[in-house]
Design a protein. Structure first.
Length: 311
């Protein structure tokens, strides 16, 4: 049905990354068009005739078909407004959660894991320095301290004792959470596209560090994932409402813990180690979603004598 149709893609954010280049390559390989959109460059127009338009230069978002959101958290408000408008207009949006229930915060993520019964390291957050006093008495040191909005392991630190924790939180009373430290020599990254696991890698903790992020130079190897871990990975992604995600696990004392679910996972190390290019899976998923939406809308419009998606 869509064989001869030239579909217009938009990639929202992260236009200079290798991941974006992979997506662009996969889109062009299929003969479609792609536009790179930066949320900070969007212009929102609300006219007297009650119309709501969003443009980047001469590019009208209403004229595009599929929108893939990546690297937008710095400009989350315009990204959310755009995503909500697109979903309302029956456009294909990945991930739709951006325009729905999306809070870019690790404490929100922890709350979702608790809600859906997903095993997660013991986690705390307070809003002022005095409230942290009771936390220091409840935790076992060392602890991991994470910014609520960090990515790629940036600004995550390990604090060895209560005195050092007091000094840190006196200077930084908000914007961080505390997590119990689970000692390990590696963790596992599972890549999920459209509720399907496409592969997994084991990432080894950096020498003299406690982190295993590929962006920091950690070594990694391809692994075959056990059924139990696949099930938990899908459950964690569904808990967050994501369509594309990287799920991070570790095993501690024979128990699996989900560390986090990343809605815009990087994949260069994953691609290098596994030979799997997630961009291919993502574009295939996007096109299937578009075709399903196309069929539904054509079915609805045929009843009213109208045809959508024909320009």
């Amino acid at each position: 049905m869509l064989k001869n149709k030239k579909i217009k893609f938009a990639i929202i954010g992260a236009s200079e990354t290798e991941n974006t280049k992979d997506l662009v390559c996969e889109i062009k390989k299929r003969g479609h068009k792609v536009y790179l959109i930066q949320p900070k460059n969007l212009v929102f127009e609300f006219s007297k005739n009650k119309k709501f338009k969003v443009k980047q230069g001469k590019i009208d978002m209403d004229k595009l078909d599929i929108f893939i959101f990546r690297g937008y958290t710095i400009n989350i408000i315009p990204a959310k407004i755009l995503a909500e408008k697109l979903i309302y207009n029956k456009k294909v949006v990945i991930d739709e959660v951006v325009g729905k229930k999306f809070i870019p915060s690790k404490i929100f993520e922890s709350s979702q894991f608790a809600k859906y019964g997903i095993n997660h390291p013991r986690t705390f957050q307070a809003l002022d320095y005095k409230s942290y006093e009771s936390i220091f008495n409840a935790v076992t040191f060392p602890i991991i301290v994470k910014p609520l909005y960090s990515q790629k392991g940036q600004d995550i630190i390990k604090i060895e004792n209560k005195n050092k924790a007091k000094k840190f939180f006196k200077k930084n009373p908000s914007g961080y959470l505390i997590q119990e430290f689970l000692k390990t020599d590696s963790d596992i990254r599972v890549f999920v596209v459209g509720n399907k696991v496409i592969g997994a890698i084991r990432r080894f903790v950096l020498p003299g560090d406690f982190r295993s992020n590929a962006s920091l130079g950690a070594k990694a190897e391809k692994i075959v994932l056990a059924k139990e871990m696949k099930t938990i990975a899908i459950k964690a992604v569904k808990a967050m409402g994501y369509e594309i995600a990287g799920v991070d696990f570790l095993k501690y004392k024979n128990k699996l813990y989900v560390l986090e679910v990343n809605s815009t996972p990087q994949w260069q190390k994953f691609k290098e180690v596994t030979g799997i290019n997630p961009a291919k899976n993502i574009i295939n998923y996007a096109l299937k979603k578009y075709e399903a939406r196309f069929k539904i809308n054509n079915c609805r419009d045929s009843r009213s004598g109208k045809r959508k998606y024909q320009r």
